[in-house]
Design a protein around this ligand. Sequence first.
Ligand SMILES: [Zn+2]
Length: 320
Amino acid sequence: MAKSKQRYRNIYFFLLFLLISVPFLAAQEIPTAGFIDGTNGYIGFLPGNMPLVISIPHGGYLMPDEIPERPCVNCSKNQDIFTLEIGMGIRDAIFRQTGHYPYVIINNLHRTRLDPNRNISEASDGNKNAELVWHQFQNCIDSACSEVESKFGKGLYIDLHGHRHLIKRTELGYLLSNEELQLEDELLDLDSFVEFSSIKSLVDNNLNRLSFSQLIRGKDSFGSLFEAKGYPTVPSRGIPFPDSGEPYFSGGYNTTRHGSSQGGTIDGIQIELDEELRRDMSKRDKLVADLACTMVEFLKIHYFPDADFLGEMAPGNKQP
Ligand SMILES: [Zn+2]
């Protein structure tokens, strides 16, 4: 009897040990186990092990009482519907393709409560709880980018959004306006424009010595790689710039803060997916796989041609 009790006790302690230690041990090797959430789960941080950081600021659903609706009148409070699901899908798709995970930072609060793609005063409108969450969100991106910089030397940051513009196309923001993008390549390639762009570091140091204009709308630009999979995208080879007066998001607070316009070797691109694309469940899996593939291709072509963390050569890069 006593022996049996002892055995059960041993099993109990063994299970307890597993319960406590496995997540910790696993977190050392497999970043999926390391989901860290901030105050009340408002922020989600999934560590990665490749030089790609993805943030999802406007896909959250939570509307807790402790953080009331932002009182601002002219601020945007629209949720970027399904960007959270799409972003998490991209993470899994990249793992399936490469065996490695990008870093992912999620704001789970609804945009009526917090807008983490704004400076702190506009983001939280003076609410102290919201300010705390804003800091957690930004700090998670900061630490992910610092880790990428120290481990890989350079990398890519994506701020994932959704727009509701009437023109159904994907918009990529590099901190350039419609009018700037309308300039001829020779003018756009001048330092005065490159200097303020969110991929400044890549222009200074890319494997194929491509110019700025080639990197944003040439054959191997992110826009053209995505467009080749069936998605109209601006800027790209097909749509090199938005016309004057056409709706277009050029990149916001996060792309400015975490891209390379202000220094460092992490480049930033704001991705804005149109609403129809985000809502179409019949095409969701393909969309997620194509976005994942485009991110990996872009990293492979311009940053890390032979890196094992990017897996086999992506299909889109096999063409001559
Ligand atoms: Zn957004």
